[in-house]
Design a protein around this ligand. Structure first.
Ligand SMILES: [Fe+2]
Ligand SMILES: [Fe+2]
Length: 331
């Protein structure tokens, strides 16, 4: 808000002068965070549960409609398994995001108190989101068959991610928080035949994520300004490695989810159909968590500003084949 007074420069990491309006942007994030703040029970869940006759994840994200040998109920079940994982993976990713936000907030402890408040609220919201996704998992587990499991541990993932440079971690986080918004606006919100509770979860999540993506960008640019060319170059390698680590998670979870789907879909599938189910789970997870993000115009715009043509070529060489494979017959 414009009523915020001038902010003392950060003694640890000076604010780059060319980005001075950033102070207002932190203040605006605080104002928006206060305005949209919600409660898990009073606003999101409201005593409701899930109905397995309803869709969870829309076809535009689950890609379940592309498997023509599945009946409508089987496609819906595939979207429900994916929808469960979609919520759980957000909860998992938010563990590392919160750890990084808390780490960054220390830079402001004796300096920019507005930026500090924005990051503290960001952290508080991610803690609440993790609780929301745990609650959703518990509600879904009431009705879906036993045997579902998330095969990666949030703390293990956080340790791997946080071992990489801050430049890369912020790049990955910006990507995640931008695709979160894109998925809600372009796919979940318009999917009127999906579960109301499921849509509400991502409606409320989206409302708080909008501020996070702005803060990710501000912090990514701050880190970019703080470090030199060699560290930025290492950041590019780390970002490529992090996307590879995300893909490893998606491979493991898609395999577990395909097994669960095949075990509980209610009929036998031929070996070639089983193979296609497995491939489709992986393709959908790559579509959701990698491809839609790296194609997001805001993300590509920021990345183009923060990288050299040679670095962009390295990213393209590393990620291009995966993106192309998913896009070959995209929705
Ligand atoms: Fe979140
Ligand atoms: Fe977030």
């Amino acid at each position: 808000m414009s009523t915020v007074t001038a902010i003392a420069p950060n003694p640890v990491r000076p604010v780059p002068t060319k980005a001075l309006p950033r102070e207002d942007r932190y203040a605006r994030c605080i104002a928006a965070s206060k305005r949209v703040r919600w409660d898990i029970d009073a606003d999101v869940i409201r005593g409701r549960g899930f109905d397995l006759r309803e869709k969870f994840l829309p076809d535009a994200l689950s890609l379940a409609h592309q498997l023509e040998f599945l009946g409508a109920a089987e496609q819906r079940f595939m979207g429900q398994v994916q929808g469960r994982t979609y919520a759980n993976l957000f909860g998992l990713i938010e563990r590392y995001i919160n750890a990084k936000v808390l780490e960054l907030s220390r830079d402001y402890v004796f300096g920019d108190q507005v930026a500090l408040e924005a990051l503290v609220r960001f952290s508080d919201e991610e803690l609440k989101h993790q609780e929301l996704f745990r609650r959703i998992e518990a509600l879904v587990a009431v009705d879906m068959p036993a045997g579902y499991e998330v095969v990666v541990d949030p703390n293990d993932v956080a340790k791997v991610v946080l071992s990489k440079s801050t430049w890369a971690v912020l790049g990955l986080t910006c990507h995640v928080e931008l695709f979160t918004q894109q998925h809600y606006k372009q796919s979940i919100q318009p999917c009127e035949d999906a579960s109301e509770l499921y849509r509400d979860v991502f409606f409320y999540h989206w409302r708080e994520e909008s501020q996070h993506a702005i803060l990710d960008e501000l912090e990514w640019r701050r880190e970019h300004a703080r470090i030199g060319p060699a560290e930025r170059d290492r950041g590019v390698d780390d970002l490529i490695a992090l996307v590879g680590a995300v893909d490893g998670i998606l491979q493991a979870q898609s395999g577990a989810d395909a097994d669960y789907f095949l075990a509980h879909a209610g009929r036998d599938f031929s070996p070639s159909e089983q193979q296609r189910v497995r491939a489709q789970f992986l393709k959908a997870y790559r579509w959701q968590h990698i491809v839609t993000g790296v194609q997001d115009p805001r993300f590509t715009g920021i990345l183009a500003e923060l990288t050299t043509p040679a670095q962009q070529a390295r990213i393209q060489a590393a990620l291009g084949p995966l993106v192309q494979a998913v896009l070959t017959d995209a929705p």
